[in-house]
Design a protein around this ligand. Structure first.
Ligand code: DNO
Length: 359
């Protein structure tokens, strides 16, 4: 297991590399060029510049997260080939600088979705990301986009890039009538082209689950249960067609037994990366908030999760996912320094205990 941290680059993160380096047991990053629009090539110069800085801080950068897939690929439009060519160039460029895993998703239009980015947690005075389906029902896609942008403390939010969402109404219209099977067909077309390149250059693609783990706004979503991930693995059977299991995304839906999903795909050699965080279910339908990582503060069993990783995919890259905002920090919602650092330390502690108990 390599413990890593998400970092957005020196011009768009309140967290400094020197601070990340001081978190005990931190080996490197899940890196991101947050200014790249979906479909654009990540050039060698840009990648080198980012990774050189990470290395200079004494950290590794073997994982890149959010090389976003252009909507034309997901929709299967004739223009998709041009964007797939660009994606392949990006894979090759990243591989040249030592990247081994690329985390991405195949969710139409929206990546993750919340109805409040800073919901107060009355018990301790902190706040966290929050979802209430009731609020969403009142809002609709345009409003949620505006609200999310307005609540982001001025930071760009991955998955909510303005360029992607500028043509939202048109894009939503284009998805009308697309079934999950049709989306899967387009997904297969994409994988059939990129996975042979990944095999050649030694990169693994890691698909991130739908977050939350159910369909929204009538859009097809095909990555939120074990059965759906089995289908994704079967679309192109290769160890390079792998998964990033995000415990909080899958765990938002009680149908998913997260440790058992990890074991299922870990045993099959299909987990390249893990996002580890906790969720707390609240009263009502599809209603939860994000919790600190500690098992007793939420509804997921973090010991069982780390044990499943230890037993079935011990080489996976792990990062503490979203934290609460604590200690008056002002930062990108979900991605402050303090609570994620506490999370990393806690997860490393669980790992040490599991390791020693196993010997
Ligand atoms: C949310 C993140 C996701 C993830 C993408 C990968 O906080 O976990 O935005 O990076 O789905 O493409």
């Amino acid at each position: 297991m390599k413990m890593t941290f998400r970092w957005f680059g020196e011009n768009s993160d309140n967290v400094k590399l020197s601070q990340i380096k001081q978190i005990p047991g931190m080996t490197g990053l899940m890196g991101f060029l947050d200014y790249k629009a979906a479909g654009e090539v990540w050039t060698e110069e840009e990648i080198k510049d980012y990774i050189d800085k990470v290395h200079a801080a004494g950290l590794e950068c073997e994982v890149i997260e959010s090389v976003n897939v252009h909507e034309d690929i997901k929709m299967g439009l004739p223009t998709r080939d041009k964007y797939i060519d660009n994606y392949i160039t990006t894979i090759r460029n990243l591989a040249k600088y030592g990247v081994k895993v690329i985390i991405y998703n195949f969710m139409p239009v929206f990546d993750w979705l919340r109805t409040d980015l800073a919901h107060p947690i009355p018990e301790d005075g902190s706040n966290s990301l929050y979802y209430d389906e009731k609020d969403l029902g009142d809002m609709g896609p345009m409003e949620i986009v505006k609200k999310t942008a307005a609540d982001s403390n001025g930071f760009s939010l991955p998955g909510w890039e303005p360029e992607r969402l500028a043509e939202l109404e048109k894009t939503l219209e284009q998805y009308k009538g697309m079934t999950p099977d049709m989306l899967r067909e387009n997904y297969k077309y994409f994988l059939d082209r990129i996975i042979p390149v990944c095999e050649e250059v030694g990169v693994r693609m890691a698909c991130h689950p739908d977050d939350p783990a159910w369909p929204i706004f009538g859009l097809p979503r095909i990555a939120h249960t074990q059965e759906q991930f089995d289908m994704i693995c079967d679309l192109h059977d290769s160890p390079a067609n792998a998964l990033c299991i995000c415990t909080g995304s899958l765990g938002s839906n009680t149908v998913n037994d997260v440790p058992s999903v990890i074991r299922h795909f870990g045993e099959r050699g299909r987990i390249a990366a893990m996002h580890v965080r906790n969720v707390k279910f609240l009263d009502g339908y599809h209603h939860f908030r994000e919790a600190s990582h500690l098992s007793s503060e939420g509804d997921l069993d973090m010991f069982a999760i780390m044990k499943a990783i230890y037993d079935t995919c011990p080489d996976a890259y792990v990062r503490p996912d979203h934290g609460r905002m604590i200690w008056d920090e002002v930062g990108r919602p979900g991605y402050g320094l303090y609570d994620r650092a506490l999370g990393a330390t806690y997860l490393n502690g669980l790992w040490e205990a599991i390791d020693k108990m196993s010997k």
